[in-house]
Design a protein around this ligand. Structure first.
Ligand SMILES: [Zn+2]
Length: 289
């Protein structure tokens, strides 16, 4: 019987298990090379830094820490930071929150998920808020809201334009309703800024989601975005389950939002400074004397 032919065979050939860690992994000092999330190519880290953290192969824009963005965007040594030492008091006594904050502080060398201040763009003074997705996913708690509001109030007082670079997972759940309040607080400050006839530009970066998208990210007079940034309110799965429909592949990508009129222009990081400078000049914001 044909069946017996197979049943007789009891021993199978074996293959020696390879220890991946020691046998295959090349011995490269850590930090020299970075893998691109877009095209999976391996990029020499120095080249990546030179190219403003944009993949030289596929134009994938890596996420930036707030302080790196400050260095890349503003005129050399022109940025003066506001409220550097402001940090949260854990208003709900949320368990484990303090530990998470400490870890994030060590990792980013920031005390919160936003850096605010004033700096020069090609000689023009602006006020700015730069969010940091490396700090608790850029979530917005009381301090993020307070720092942004103070920065906008400074801009109103000194008649300066405001630029906010957004990146966030949304409101910070550890601060509950206090966190949600910040959406209204920042928006109210921006409304006053607008009543004064002052310019507000937002630069959406990957990812901009949740309460940030539902408030100040979408309130810019001009809304710019970096290429291929994820921009949305609720996640894809939540929406698909709610409306019982499959969403297009590029749904919630910057290019999709540009097509639908939510974003005014997609700008490569390399051209961002020049683009913002042109918008400032177009709105007759003068060079700082
Ligand atoms: Zn790439």
């Amino acid at each position: 019987m044909l069946k017996d032919l197979f049943n007789k065979k009891k021993n199978y050939g074996t293959v020696k298990k390879i220890n991946i860690e020691s046998d295959i992994k090349p011995n490269i000092p850590s930090g020299m090379w970075t893998k691109c999330d877009g095209c999976h190519s391996i990029i020499y880290h120095e080249d990546l830094v030179k190219n403003k953290y944009v993949c030289t192969n596929c134009n994938h824009h890596f996420r930036l820490k707030a302080h790196d963005r400050v260095k890349l965007f503003f005129d050399d040594n022109s940025f003066e930071e506001f409220d550097k030492d402001l940090s949260t008091r854990n208003p709900l006594d949320f368990e484990g929150y303090q530990k998470k904050l400490e870890d994030a502080k060590k990792r980013t060398k920031s005390r919160e998920a936003v850096v605010t201040g004033t700096g020069l763009v090609n000689g023009i003074r602006v006020c700015a808020g730069i969010m940091d997705s490396f700090f608790m996913m850029g979530s917005m708690g009381t301090v993020v809201g307070e720092k942004l509001t103070r920065m906008i109030e400074f801009a109103i007082k000194h008649k300066l334009p405001v630029i906010i670079f957004t990146t966030s997972g949304g409101a910070r759940m550890q601060e509950g309703i206090f966190s949600l309040m910040q959406m209204a607080k920042v928006s109210a400050a921006l409304a006053k800024h607008s009543e004064e006839g002052l310019l507000y530009i937002t630069v959406l970066t990957d990812p901009t989601t949740g309460g940030i998208t539902a408030s100040f990210a979408m309130e810019g007079d001009v809304i710019l975005s970096e290429p291929n940034a994820l921009i949305g309110f609720a996640g894809r799965r939540v929406i698909e389950n709610t409306i019982k429909e499959t969403l297009p592949d590029d749904f919630q990508k910057a290019e999709f939002l540009l097509d639908k009129g939510f974003v005014d222009k997609i700008v490569n990081r390399e051209e961002l400074r020049t683009c913002v400078y042109k918008i400032l000049r177009l709105h007759e914001v003068n060079r700082y004397e």
